[in-house]
Design a protein around this ligand. Sequence first.
Ligand code: ADP
Length: 494
Amino acid sequence: MKIYSLSSEIDPFAKTGGLADVAAALPKALARLGHDVRLVMPLYRQVDRKRFGLRRTRVSVEAPLGDQTLEGRLWEGRLPRTEIPVYFIDCQALFDRDGLYQEQERDYPDNLTRFSFFSQAALRLLPVVGWAPEIIHCHDWQTSLAAVHVARGALGQEPFFASMGTVVTIHNLAYQGLFPKEQWPLTQLPEAAFAVEGLEFYGQINCLKGGLVCAGMLTTVSPTYSREIQTEAFGCGLEGVLRARRDDLAGILNGIDPEEWNPQTDPHLAAPYSADQLAGKALCTLALQRSRHLPEQHDLLIGMIQRLAEQKGIDLFLGALEQLMTLPIQIVILGTGEPAYHRQLEQMAAQFPGRLAVNLTFDNALAHQIEAGANAFLIPSRFEPCGLNQMYSMRFGTVPIVKRVGGLADTVVDVSPEAVAERRATGFVFEEHSAGALVESVKRAATAFRDHALWASLVQTGMRQDFSWTRSAGEYVRVYERALAKAAHTVLHR
Ligand code: ADP
């Protein structure tokens, strides 16, 4: 099958979160299954053209946006260590900036221009390079307009696009791409599409909603989240739209990249280790304690790596911290995000020296070192579409402590007596979004840590889980087949 994947970030070219990981790992797994996959993303300033050997082509694409026409230049590269082609859309006026979507926590005011252009350019380059995919796979709001264009006759190039199936994947429903109605001309869609059954959302333009209404198939990144988003509590106002399309909505768990996250070969670690040879993990713990100025002791060392945002439950954690610090634990945090949380974490680090190490940067090497060096990993998310760190943790023999929500609920099995007896238990799961519940689960983990046989069983069960992309990629292929069948149906009945 020929699959074209549109994403606003792809690891390792540019990344702000899990979307970039998925946008790289899923295509690799699809290619391994024998599919012809190509990717496209904007050529941001952050993309290192030299390091990745990107090539500027002679191809340029123009796209009208309201009363202006913008031009983009096509660059080409490959996903590292693969033959998978990656197209980059170069438009300096839009993408040569300090941030991907924002600066100093403020979204760029012209984000609709930026991603409407990107969505159009990604489609318009296809006839030019002469590649006709069967599936257009759009990730998140930034590329959802592409699914709308294909469904609505594709920018005046209907014959080329008519038989293509479209899929929109929701990585996080909280980000919908909302813009004031006045910007409508930038979408290049007819007035009629600004309607309740189209992109209109409480008087604003909602890019993601367009994708959810128009795409042949919808997916999100875990089975539990696919059910949660059909409810008012998690639906962010789109629960009705999603309920109406529930038969076309699949929840497919993200996998992880087993090469990138492998404690046996990870170049960032002080020592390699595996489920059979765990000695190296203790050395990673020592190295982490040393580098973070924590005393070298045997208390439970808990890692946290996250965007410092309410979604991730950082406020809950801060509220519980004084109580947590009465337990025999050390905590290492790595994160960036809202300035208020930066300030509070710095204050707390000063209050608990030698117990709490705070790192307010984005640092991939340190992320690997924390995953390896920590004994446990805390994720107190308010909602979590899939979450990757709990899977990285298990693979690194680091026991997750998580809220029972979204993908966390689908991947971590709580330490109940039955689950332990059946060797299914992999972590500590708490139900209620409260400081009390969080503290209680950390207390359970600290107690279990002293029970060496129990802890070893959790580590071993976690390390032997299969979070590879192969299974999930197979599920995506079934979704693609359904999207394709729908496109054929639409063409026949047009
Ligand atoms: P989300 O996409 O909602 O932020 P995920 O758990 O799906 O959350 O993915 C987050 C990814 O970003 C993980 O790979 C995580 O390790 C990484 N990450 C988050 N914050 C940092 C940071 N400050 N430094 C390094 N990596 C980080």
